[in-house]
Design a protein. Structure first.
Lengths: 301, 344
């Protein structure tokens, strides 16, 4: 029994504020699930890029406020509180956040955990140098106690980061000395020429290790990072997933770009639109990005 | 459910000391108040030109591993929790995350997890909470939480920009640089461990303190609405503590020490005096901010290490840790301390 996705939401037409996009996705997600903000015990933001390059408070606490969630103590229910923070690990942030939320849920520490993702340029504009598409995404997780759900949900997870001499094939930063008084609205984005190839190699290595370690589980769909047109398909074709009829969920062409930290949720959201009844499907969530790091997790719906 | 514990800690403080007097003397606009008297901060440590978040974190980890029975390749997860993400001067890094660099430098296993957590001054305690949950759920056996907090760039901006005797940047003059690391694992006995730990975010007050690039100079600034925090958030501490005291059936007399977040000595003492109604007798209040200032996300571990070194805190003692951070994050932890700095 692992954490289950109760609802997801995706926002694609809401402008270029990462906070606003995640807020709207979070609210849409709770509305779909029929859950009140006060029922969410844990809110994690896994987006990397921060409006105005805010370093504190957590972006999650600002999203929490915009969602009217856990604003203050409730006199009649002192145990109903929300705790929020940001998890940062490039494209792997969402799956790291799921690992964390899964621990809180399994321990019975919270009833619902909401993970929000999505990135936008710190200037909150459609900046030509920003390498990702600005979307907001949210996934509400909970632990089902229903007997029928005994074998459903997230798990197992796997993670690997590269030991090559190159620290990271993506490097993004802000040099405040260079930015002058414009530090809130700027960022620098560097991608090595071979980053897609290197990421694919790491991505495939992790998936192959994962499949071998877990006796080649059935995988109906591969959901997550899609770095360029056809990337996710190429991961299926060049990994041991080629031995089974796994279908890759194409995102890059659909969004005309890479939704970065939001990719796993965006792919799951897309799956729900394409498959009338996803119950019983075996899904492999995956992510790969800077660090260089790759994560994956099986999910049985 | 088994308890987790602090298996070992390590703290690094840069050598250079900068006094509050030196800072005030270099300002064009002096504060209306005596900053040293009001806050209790006499001095703080200042990073050397070659030091950044990575190097402060690594120094702390090296000290932690000397005190630990674990080798780097036995660690299952590393969580980096600083507010600041500076590398090579004023370059703040978003990708790759800080922990990926540390993981590689330490020679940890490829399959060990790493991620960063950002949660203002509650960063390290958020890491403790997350790791406590991950060890209890069985996803990892142990882990390392670290923060290399290169926070004095906000002081440099404040020195340039303060032009008002009640400026929102005055709190930026109380901070100091540091690195802190704590290794956690499952406690082998009931004699040491994290007995309870709760954190919550009262988001209505999330805009009371912002850290972000300055819009006047190259650099980073922190803007704190100190009066508003005092008027609203501090008033909620007794309620928070009272709730936890009732929930866990504890009172102040059950603890040998309390380690609060190191904002200002006067504010700490007045806030804890307010709490005596709900908590009863207040245990010995540990402060180190006179010498190290507010080291932000590392503060509890800098104080813990300092008071262990001085012999004030002894293995076996029970400590109440109080978290207060932008967000606004409030938190309480009850920790029974083992032998954290002796070789295992």
């Amino acid at each position: 029994m692992g954490s289950m996705i109760k609802a997801t939401a995706l926002v694609t037409d809401n402008g270029f504020s990462a906070i606003d996009n995640a807020t709207r996705a979070g609210l849409d997600c709770l509305q779909q699930a029929g859950i009140q903000p006060q029922q969410v015990g844990l809110l994690i933001n896994a987006g990397v890029y921060r409006d105005d390059n805010i370093m504190e408070p957590s972006i999650a606490s600002l999203i929490q406020r915009h969602m009217n969630m856990g604003l203050d103590f409730a006199a009649d229910s002192p145990n109903q509180v929300t705790f929020s923070f940001d998890v940062v690990n490039g494209a792997c942030g969402f799956l790291n956040a799921v690992t964390i939320a899964d621990a809180f849920l399994r321990n019975g520490s919270v009833e619902y955990a909401l993970i929000v993702c999505g990135d936008a340029h710190p200037s909150k504009t459609d900046h030509p140098e920003f390498p990702y598409v600005a979307v907001g995404a949210a996934a509400l997780l909970h632990l089902s106690t229903a007997a029928a759900d005994a074998n459903k949900g997230f798990g197992p997870f796997a993670y690997r980061s590269n030991e090559s001499d190159c620290l990271s094939h993506i490097s993004t930063y802000g040099d405040l000395a260079q930015f002058g008084d414009q530090g809130r609205a700027q960022g620098q984005f560097q991608f090595s020429n071979q980053y897609v190839e290197e990421f694919r190699r790491l991505n495939v290595t992790l998936i192959n290790e994962f499949l071998a370690q877990h006796e080649q589980p059935r995988v109906d769909f591969l959901l997550g990072s899609d770095l360029e047109a056809g990337y996710c398909n190429s991961v299926c074709a060049s990994s041991d997933l080629k031995r089974q009829p796994t279908r890759a969920m194409e995102l890059f062409e659909h969004f005309n770009g890479d939704p970065h930290t939001a990719a796993p949720i965006a792919a799951f959201h897309q799956l729900q639109r394409e498959v009338a009844n996803p119950s019983g499907l075996s899904l492999l969530f995956h992510a790969v990005g800077s660090g260089d790091a790759s994560a994956c997790a099986l999910y049985r719906s | 459910m088994t308890m987790t514990r602090f298996e070992s800690i390590g703290v690094y403080l840069p050598e250079q000391e900068v006094t509050t007097r030196e800072l005030i003397d270099s300002m064009d606009t002096e504060p209306m108040f005596d900053l040293e008297k009001l806050t209790g901060v006499k001095s703080r440590r200042w990073r050397a030109p070659h030091e950044d978040c990575h190097s402060l974190a690594l120094e702390a980890i090296e000290r932690c591993l000397v005190n630990s029975r674990y080798e780097a390749d036995e660690i299952d997860v590393i969580i980096c929790t600083s507010i600041t993400r500076f590398k090579d001067g004023l370059k703040f890094v978003l990708e790759p995350c800080l922990s990926s660099y540390l993981k590689k430098r330490l020679g940890m296993r490829e399959d060990a997890l790493n991620f960063d957590i950002t949660n203002a001054c509650a960063g390290m305690f958020t890491g403790v909470h997350v790791l406590d949950q991950m060890i209890k759920s069985g996803v990892v056996r142990n882990g390392l939480i670290v923060s290399g907090e290169c926070i004095t760039p906000i002081s440099e901006t404040a020195l340039k920009e303060i032009n008002n005797p009640v400026d929102e940047q005055f709190a930026s003059l109380t901070v100091g640089d540091s690195g802190a690391a704590v290794l956690m694992d499952q406690s082998p006995s009931d004699d040491e461990g994290v007995e309870f730990l709760e954190l919550l975010t009262l988001s209505q007050f999330s805009d009371f303190c912002y850290g972000m690039p300055s819009d006047k100079n190259p650099g980073v600034a922190m803007y704190t609405k100190a009066m508003e925090i005092h008027a609203t958030v501090i008033q909620r501490l007794p309620q928070t503590l009272g709730h936890f005291a009732e929930k866990y059936q504890v009172s102040g007399a059950d603890f040998a020490h309390v380690i609060p977040h190191q904002t200002s000595e006067r504010a700490i003492r007045s806030a804890l005096a307010l709490c005596s109604e709900s908590l009863g007798d207040i245990p010995n209040i540990c402060v180190s901010l006179d010498r190290y200032g507010n080291t932000s996300s590392t503060s509890h571990f800098v104080v813990l290490n300092d008071h262990i070194q001085q012999g004030h805190i002894q293995p076996g003692q029970r400590i109440l840790m109080l978290v207060l951070a932008s967000g606004i994050v409030l938190g309480v932890a009850s920790v029974r301390i083992g032998n954290l700095t002796g070789a295992h």
